[in-house]
Design a protein around this ligand. Structure first.
Ligand code: ZN
Length: 193
């Protein structure tokens, strides 16, 4: 306690640690004047600090209790916090959430954890798509593109084509050749039947 008080005097600010002490001493029945003497402040200053403290004393919930309340795994909440989606306050080793923040969490999850393809909830560790959609995309890369992605892809292709006209012609003639070869094979096998 002595150390904390010295720190307060040196700083001319009342630290949060001291405010805790102040509130405790006040609740034990000490007068503003007595507290003023202990903290080396005027009784008016002590009154102001206590008043501000009462206003801001909102019940805060720990991450574990928020998780239990919402029915989410606690890792989800940690992940949202790491991604900057939620902004709890840190007190010591704990992350604390106000009731307002807790109310917003389901909405934040719904908004930010949407699969880009189907809109269903995606799990942490899946940055853009839900598990089903990312598997589908692996199997069918182009088919699984969104319209926007398709447009982007086509634009990129056309730009490349413009910049590499010779290569493009080469590729086109090779594709044409392969196509006619395939047709010939097909008609050949049909003739055999
Ligand atoms: Zn999906």
């Amino acid at each position: 306690m002595q150390k904390t008080l010295e720190h307060t005097r040196a700083n001319n600010r009342i630290s949060s640690e001291c405010i805790g002490l102040l509130v405790r001493e006040r609740s034990k029945g000490k007068s503003l004047r007595q507290l003023g003497r202990i903290f080396n402040r005027s009784h008016e200053r002590i009154r102001q600090v206590l008043a501000r403290c009462e206003m801001s004393q909102e019940p805060l919930l720990s991450e574990a209790s928020v998780a239990a309340k919402l029915g989410y795994p606690v890792e989800w909440l940690a992940q949202l916090r790491k991604e900057g989606i939620t902004n709890p306050v840190k007190r010591g080793h704990y992350w604390l959430y106000s009731e307002e923040q807790v109310r917003q969490i389901p909405l934040l999850i719904a908004q930010t954890r949407k699969c880009e393809r189907c809109g269903k909830l995606r799990l942490p560790g899946y940055p853009r798509f839900c598990r089903e959609c990312s598997q589908y995309r692996k199997k069918h890369p182009y088919k699984a593109f969104t319209l926007e992605e398709k447009a982007k892809h086509i634009k990129r292709c056309l730009a490349w084509r413009g910049a590499n006209l010779e290569r493009w012609k080469e590729i086109q003639s090779r594709v044409k050749r392969k196509r006619t070869e395939r047709k010939q094979v097909k008609s050949g096998s049909q003739n055999e039947e």
